[in-house]
Design a protein around this ligand. Structure first.
Ligand SMILES: NC(=O)c1ccc[n+]([C@@H]2O[C@H](COP(=O)([O-])OP(=O)(O)OC[C@H]3O[C@@H](n4cnc5c(N)ncnc54)[C@H](OP(=O)(O)O)[C@@H]3O)[C@@H](O)[C@H]2O)c1
Length: 289
């Protein structure tokens, strides 16, 4: 099986490229190889290639930057996926487009199902939602996987920033009134594989199980580090309100937990709880660093 990964310099794309290269014929492209604002370059790169599956994890992911750069956000998160979806369709290949929990407005208090209405609050969310629609409209074979709060060994994320801060100072704080679920890149690599092996298409939610606030996530990470004897100055993560985060520009959903029931039902795979995944990540990739 020949797989193309776009976004291979990113947190998720790098993990997928490495994991799949052990079993499949993988070509991985970073931002330096292809800039998604250049639609002709995308066509020039991909038209000569033969492949069965393309995973697009590249995106303009800085939510606040997107708010002030609407055209760029729509070019990278909507137009580029549209072109990728068309090219894949021409080649009878499947596209897996990675999307986000930020397509929801966060008014729910029970996990979002795939069929729930998506009403994004931010330019980032809008551009990703439009990207989903372009991909799904191009072929019934394509898959859009919505994920949330990504962490993994290939690029620092929230959990690494918290641990870094706790090494340097005893004062660490995180938001208590915003909820979702962390998603471990190495777990996601397996779930995506299970999804394409079962020929899943359309919309799919894929995250670890359970839910937490940023504060609970940060506190659990610090507890794990202490258990492993890592020298941290901070023990307690202090509580902040989302409204205290004055530097945030874009509006964010306060509750964006995604139900993975469809995935489990269709594949028989139950994602493990986020605590188990975070504990393994810290033991394997943070303590040994
Ligand atoms: N991170 C999260 O918590 C989160 C949550 C929900 C959904 N997602 C989705 O998950 C996917 C992967 O995210 P991630 O966490 O791996 O983010 P990431 O580390 O920011 O990776 C995104 C990649 O896209 C690349 N990129 C940005 N602009 C580009 C352009 N114009 N042309 C080509 N490549 C470009 C970036 O390259 P440079 O760094 O060189 O610009 C980077 O390698 C994205 O689709 C994102 O929307 C992420």
């Amino acid at each position: 099986m020949r797989i193309i990964i776009i976004g291979a310099g990113g947190r998720l794309g790098a993990a997928l490229a490495r994991e799949y290269a052990t079993t499949f014929d993988v070509r991985a492209y970073t931002h330096a190889d292809v800039d998604l604002t250049d639609l002709d370059r995308i066509r020039e790169l991909l038209r000569p290639l033969d492949f069965d599956l393309l995973v697009n994890s590249a995106a303009l992911t800085n939510v606040d930057y997107c708010e002030d750069h609407r055209d760029e956000a729509f070019m990278i998160n909507t137009e580029a996926p549209r072109v990728l979806a068309g090219l894949c369709h021409e080649k009878n290949a499947k596209l897996i487009q990675i999307s986000t929990d930020y397509v929801f407005d966060g008014k729910a208090r029970i996990p979002y199902q795939e069929e729930d209405e998506a009403t994004p609050l931010s330019v980032y969310g809008e551009s990703k939602r439009e990207g989903e629609l372009r991909v799904l409209g191009a072929s019934e074979r394509h898959l859009v996987a919505r994920i949330s709060w990504v962490f993994g060994p290939d690029r620092p994320s929230f959990v690494d920033q918290v641990i870094q801060r706790a090494r340097q100072t005893s004062h660490v704080a995180a938001v208590t009134d915003k909820f979702s679920t962390p998603t471990y890149t190495l777990d996601l690599a397996w779930w995506l594989r299970a999804a394409w092996e079962k020929h899943l298409s359309g919309l799919l939610h894929l995250t670890n199980a359970g839910e937490c606030s940023w504060q609970q996530y940060a506190q659990y990470a610090i507890d794990c580090c202490h258990q492993h004897g890592l020298a941290l100055q901070a023990k307690r993560v202090e509580e902040l309100k989302l409204s205290d985060m004055k530097n945030l520009i874009a509006q964010r959903p306060v509750y964006s937990v995604l139900s993975t029931a469809t995935f489990s039902h269709r594949t028989g795979v139950e994602p493990r709880n986020w605590r188990e995944a975070v504990a393994e990540y810290i033991k394997t990739h943070v303590i040994k660093r």
